[in-house]
Design a protein around this ligand. Structure first.
Ligand SMILES: O=P(O)(O)OC[C@H]1O[C@](O)(COP(=O)(O)O)[C@@H](O)[C@@H]1O
Ligand SMILES: [Mn+2]
Length: 631
C-alpha cells in the first residue's frame, strides 16, 4: 500500500504508542467495547447567578440522582431516615463523618455496613462504564482497594462478605476508613454525572460566583456556554471601561460588592469617596450607584458614536434630558424623570467624563487588570467556554440566534462583512477571544459590551433599558422588547431551521437555552417547538424564584432519553448536614428512546470510530512490513 508522507508520519507516531501487534489488538478490542456501552450521562444547568450554596448542594447530590439510586437500591431494606442519612454522607462525607464521630456513632460495625452499602451503590452507578473508565475515576491512593472491592472475585473458599470484611478491617485498623469513605463518595458522584454543561450566566445577582467558579475548576468534565453576564465580566477583565462600569453597577444593585472587594481584591473605595462628595444626601451604596451609572451612560454614548455598525443610535439618550422640566423625550414621547439632579452632567458635552470620573475609571481598569484571581477565573471561562456548542446533536447556547421579523436569520454587518446564524456565532466567538488574548484594540473591547447588551446580541436577545430603568419615572419605558427568536422558537419549523444551520440532526437534535426564566408558576412550559427547544432557566437565582415558582432545573440526558429535574429551594448547608435535609427535585420525562443510546451513537463514538480506523491502518502497516512492530 502506498502511504502519503503525512499518513506515514502519523502512523509512525502512532506506532510509538502501540509498538506491538498485541497492543494494537488490545486497544481495538478496548475501543470496540466502549462503542457498545450505554452513553454517559450529561447534566445541563444554566443561570446559576452566584447562588453558590444551592449549586454546591446540587453538584453534591448530582441533581437528585444519588437519592433516586439510593432509594431504588435500599428503600425496601432501610427506613427513609436511614436512606436520607446515607445520602447526606455521600454528599458531604467529611462533614457528616465529623458529626457522626462527635456522636460516637463510628463503630467498626458502622464502617462495615456503610462501606458495604457504598460498594452496592458504586457497582450500580459503575455498571454502564468500562472497568478502565471506572478505575480512572478512582482516587489514586485507593485505586487498588476500590478496584478489588468492586470487581474482585475472591478465591472459592473465601466468601465475598468475609473478603470485604477483611479489607474494611484493615482500613479501620490503619485509621484510614474516613479518608477512604470520602474518596469513595467522590468516585460515586463522579460516575453519576459523566459530563456537565453550564449554559451560561454564572456571574451577577447572587453572592458567590467566584466560589462557583472555584468549584467548577475542580470538575472532572464540563463545558460552558457564555451568558451575557459572563461575557460582561470577561469584557471587564479584558479592559473595557463600559463593561467595568456595568459590572460595578450590577454589584451595587444587588449589594454583593464583596464579590469584587473580597473575592477579587478590587476596591470600590475611590468610587464611594467621590460619590459621597457629589451625592452627599444619599447613603453610600446609592450614591456610588448614581455616580457609576452616570459614568456608564457617558461611556456607552461614546461607544455608540464610535461604532456606527452597532446601529444603536436610538440608545443615545443622555443629551435628550431636559433638566428644566425634569423630563426626557424618547421616541417622540415626553417622559418624567425620577430626579433632575445630575451634578456631573455637562449640558454642552454630555458624553464627556469629568476629570475625576476619568481618573476613577483609569484606576478601576488597572485594578481589574491586576486581579490575579479574576484572571484565573476568566481564563477558565475562555478555556472551557464558547458562544455555543454542538454536543451529541444538541445545540447549546445561552440566549438566542438573532432572527428578523419574518423569522429568518437576521443579517448583521461588522467590519464590512455580513454574518447570520452560525457564521455570526463563530464571528462573535472569535472576537470575544481576540478581545482578551489579542492586542488590546478598543474595537474588540467595545464588541464585548455589544455582546452584553447590543441590539442584536445572541447573548442578550433583547433591547436593554438600563438607562430608562434608572432615570425615567415611567415603567412602560422599562419594557425590553425581545428578539423575534423568542416568538419563532416556539415553532418546530424554526427549530429545525436552526439545527440545520449548525449541521445537526433535526431528528435527534434539540436546542438548549438558558437566559429567560421559565414562569412555571404561570403554567409556562420549558419545552417548546414540539419538543425541539428546551429552556432550562428555572431560577437558581433567588430574585427570580417568585417569577418561576421553582428554584432551578437540571436537564438530564442519559442513555434512556431526556428528563428535566425541577428543584425546590435550598434551605442551608447546616440543615442538610444535621437533619439530612435535601433539595426536593421532581423528575419529568421529556423524551424516551425506543432503544438505549450507545456510545456508538454519540460524538465520542464518532471519535472512537476514527481512532479504530487509524489503528486498523497501523495493523495493516505492521502486517505488510511498511512499519516494523516490536517483538
Ligand atoms: O440575563 P439576565 O439575567 O436576564 O440579565 C439581564 C437583564 O438584567 C437587567 O439588567 C435588569 O436587572 P434586574 O432584573 O436585576 O433589575 C435587564 O436590564 C436585563 O435584561
Ligand atoms: Mn442571561
Amino acid at each position: 500500500m502506498n502511504y502519503s508522507q503525512q499518513k506515514y508520519k502519523y502512523l509512525y507516531l502512532l506506532s510509538e504508542k502501540y509498538p506491538t501487534i498485541q497492543e494494537v489488538y488490545a486497544e481495538i478490542i478496548h475501543l470496540q467495547a466502549i462503542l457498545d456501552l450505554p452513553k454517559g450521562t450529561e447534566h445541563f444547568m444554566s443561570d446559576l447567578h452566584g447562588e453558590y450554596e444551592a449549586f454546591y448542594h446540587i453538584l453534591n447530590n448530582c441533581s437528585g440522582v444519588i437519592r433516586e439510586k439510593v432509594d431504588f437500591l435500599f428503600a425496601r431494606t432501610l427506613t427513609a431516615e436511614q436512606c436520607a442519612e446515607f445520602c447526606t454522607l455521600i454528599y458531604y462525607p467529611k462533614e457528616k463523618l465529623e458529626t457522626l464521630q462527635e456522636k460516637e456513632f463510628l463503630t467498626a460495625e458502622w464502617y462495615e455496613i456503610t462501606i458495604y452499602r457504598l460498594i452496592k451503590l458504586a457497582k450500580f452507578v459503575a455498571s454502564k462504564y468500562t472497568r478502565s473508565k471506572v478505575r480512572k475515576a478512582m482516587p489514586k491512593v485507593y485505586r487498588y482497594i476500590l478496584d478489588e472491592l468492586l470487581h474482585a472475585q475472591p478465591k472459592e473458599h473465601v466468601n465475598q462478605l468475609s473478603y470485604h470484611k477483611k479489607i474494611v478491617d484493615t482500613l479501620i485498623s490503619i485509621k484510614s476508613a474516613n479518608d477512604f469513605i470520602i474518596a469513595f463518595s467522590k468516585m460515586i458522584k463522579r460516575l453519576a454525572v459523566d459530563h456537565l454543561h453550564i449554559v451560561g450566566d454564572i456571574f451577577d445577582r447572587g453572592m458567590r460566583p467566584d466560589a462557583i467558579i472555584d468549584m467548577l475548576i475542580e470538575h472532572h468534565s464540563l463545558d460552558i456556554e457564555w451568558g451575557n453576564h459572563d461575557i460582561l465580566w470577561m469584557g471587564a477583565a479584558a479592559g473595557s471601561e463600559a463593561c467595568i462600569a456595568t459590572v460595578i453597577r450590577n454589584s451595587l444593585s444587588y449589594r454583593n460588592m464583596d464579590v469584587l472587594e473580597k473575592g477579587y481584591a478590587i476596591s470600590l473605595r475611590p468610587l464611594s469617596l467621590f460619590a459621597a462628595k457629589i451625592y452627599p444626601d444619599e447613603n453610600s451604596i446609592s450614591a456610588s450607584k448614581k455616580a457609576i451609572s452616570m459614568i456608564l451612560f457617558k461611556l456607552e454614548g461614546q461607544l455608540i458614536y464610535r461604532n456606527p455598525e452597532f446601529k444603536m443610535e436610538d440608545r443615545l439618550l443622555l443629551h435628550k434630558i431636559d433638566r428644566n422640566t425634569s423630563s426626557i423625550t424618547i421616541d417622540g414621547k415626553i417622559l418624567p424623570l425620577k430626579s433632575a439632579y445630575f451634578p456631573t452632567l455637562s449640558q454642552l458635552s454630555p458624553y464627556i467624563l469629568t476629570e475625576e470620573e476619568a481618573q476613577i475609571m483609569r484606576d478601576l481598569r488597572i485594578t481589574f487588570q491586576e486581579s490575579e484571581k479574576l484572571h484565573k477565573h476568566i481564563r477558565f471561562l475562555y478555556k472551557k467556554g464558547s458562544m455555543y456548542r454542538c454536543y451529541n446533536q444538541n445545540l447549546l447556547f445561552h440566549g438566542c440566534i438573532p432572527l428578523d421579523e419574518n423569522g429568518d436569520f437576521a443579517n448583521i454587518t461588522f467590519d464590512g462583512k455580513t454574518y447570520f446564524g452560525k457564521s455570526y456565532m463563530d464571528y462573535a466567538d472569535k472576537k470575544a477571544r481576540e478581545a482578551y488574548f489579542g492586542i488590546k484594540q478598543q474595537k474588540n473591547l467595545d464588541f464585548m459590551w455589544y455582546l452584553w447588551c447590543g441590539s442584536k446580541s445572541p447573548l442578550s436577545g433583547r433591547k436593554i433599558k438600563t438607562f430608562e430603568r434608572d432615570i425615567v419615572d415611567d415603567p412602560f419605558s422599562w419594557a425590553e422588547p425581545k428578539n423575534p427568536y423568542y416568538h419563532y422558537s416556539n415553532s418546530e419549523k424554526t427549530c429545525d431551521m436552526i439545527l440545520k444551520e449548525f449541521n445537526l440532526s433535526t431528528k435527534r437534535g434539540h436546542i438548549i437555552n438558558g437566559h429567560v426564566p421559565v414562569k412555571v408558576i404561570n403554567g409556562e412550559n420549558p419545552v417548546r417547538g414540539n419538543g425541539k427547544a428546551i429552556v432550562i432557566d428555572g431560577g437558581f437565582c433567588r430574585a427570580y424564584q417568585k417569577t418561576t415558582g421553582i428554584a432551578g432545573y437540571t436537564l438530564i440526558y442519559n442513555s434512556y432519553g431526556l428528563r428535566l429535574m425541577s428543584h425546590q429551594p435550598f434551605s442551608n448547608s447546616q440543615k442538610s448536614l444535621e437533619k439530612n435535609e435535601d433539595i426536593e427535585s421532581k423528575s419529568k420525562i421529556i423524551e424516551q428512546m425506543q432503544t438505549r443510546i450507545m456510545v456508538n451513537d454519540t460524538d465520542l463514538g464518532e471519535e472512537i470510530k476514527i481512532q479504530l480506523s487509524d489503528l486498523e491502518e497501523l495493523l495493516n502497516a505492521y502486517k505488510t512490513g511498511v512499519l516494523t512492530p516490536q517483538e
